[in-house]
Design a protein around this ligand. Structure first.
Ligand code: GLY
Length: 356
């Protein structure tokens, strides 16, 4: 973590003219998500809409990635990555907020991928028992999912996201220009979350340009979060494809990225819903078609063990007893608990595998 008082770069304000705005409706904690090329220029306006007199800007994309927030500010450079997403980093961030003289009326700005927005969001939620935060997500995954909806968190050695808090941002600026330099595999990671939106009420996004796919994914997430902020029911559907997805991430020691694992999990969720008689063959096939359309993996990795996957899925946070999956059906996607283990095993064994 390095700190600097350097001045960030300016981006032409006109760039925001083509943007879309989606509101996350949470009463007095409602906020706007702006999506489009150049929307980072709205940062100063969003800061001005708060009472902030100073800011700490935490960036994983370098100092140049963040425009002037319009108030005196301090820059902190961090690195994206699960290995940095821990309580020690949160303490380091809180110390830098204190060193900068930040109060609970001031503002924290995060700029980076989902690991950065998660970690900075948690630090903001804790500092002075809650300091406002604005996110500038720079990866596709963070723009369509991680930075929206107020879930913040860090990892423990025993697992991902085990320590966290709900802390809604004041605004999210999804500047699609950040995606121009995204490595292909990182882009694919985000497409995993876009693909699963097809089955949770966002409709068919395949023919839309990328910024419209992002906007539609954000709009669906905003509706779900507005209806169930604290994840007691409807919000579970955002975890479509995630039960097997999380297990695959663990079983492959994270060689399979989150979005790739969710993609395989989405194909599996379709097959399992079909085996349970919840959806017809065409809808099962649609899962494969949609995931393949985005160039995502559709098969189980060659080496994973079916028994290990079931064991990992039993420990899923949503599985209070037995195996739980978000599954498609006549009423749309919903969390289904206590799914018959033999059926799950059969479906896993029947999944096509890489290299076969
Ligand atoms: N990423 C799932 C959620 O925000 O609930």
């Amino acid at each position: 973590m390095s700190q600097s008082a350097a001045s960030p770069s300016a981006v032409p304000r006109s760039a925001a003219a083509t943007s879309r705005r989606i509101d996350v409706e949470l009463g007095e904690r409602s906020y706007a998500v702006h999506i489009g090329p150049g929307v980072r220029v709205l940062l100063a306006d969003e800061v001005a809409a708060t009472d902030a007199r100073r800011a700490v800007v935490v960036t994983a994309r370098g100092l140049e990635a963040v425009p002037d927030p319009g108030v005196p500010h301090h820059m902190v450079e961090v690195a994206d990555g699960e290995e940095h997403k821990n309580l020690a980093s949160v303490e380091g961030l809180c110390r830098s907020f204190a060193d900068a003289g930040l109060t609970r009326d001031d503002i924290v700005v995060s700029c980076g991928g989902g690991t950065t927005t998660d970690m900075v969001g948690l630090a903001a939620s804790l500092y002075h028992r809650g300091t406002p935060v604005i996110h500038l997500p720079t990866s596709l995954l963070a723009q369509v999912d991680a930075s929206i909806g107020g879930k913040t968190g860090v990892n423990l050695p025993t697992g991902k996201n085990l320590v966290g808090a709900y802390w809604q941002p004041r605004a999210v600026l999804c500047d699609t220009d950040y995606l121009d330099t995204l490595p292909a595999r990182e882009r694919l990671n985000g497409y995993g979350e876009i693909a699963r939106c097809h089955f949770i009420g966002a409709g068919d996004l395949r023919r839309l340009p990328l910024h419209e796919q992002i906007a539609a994914s954000v709009a669906r997430k905003a509706e779900v979060v507005a209806a169930d902020e604290r994840d007691t029911g409807l919000r579970h559907i955002l975890n479509y494809g995630h039960t097997l997805g999380h297990a695959l991430e663990r079983a492959t020691d994270f060689a399979l990225r989150h979005g790739e694992a969710v993609a395989v999990g989405t194909v599996f969720a379709g097959r399992l819903a079909g085996a349970l008689g919840r959806i017809d063959r065409e809808r099962v096939a649609e899962h494969l078609e949609v995931v393949a359309h985005y160039g995502l993996p559709t098969r189980l990795p060659e080496a994973v063990d079916v028994g290990e996957l079931v064991e990992l899925m039993r420990r899923d946070k949503k599985a209070t007893s037995g195996l739980a999956f978000v599954l498609d059906g006549a009423a749309g996607a919903e969390l289904v608990r206590d799914v018959d283990e033999a059926t799950v095993m059969d479906c896993l064994r029947a999944m096509p595998r890489d290299g076969r």
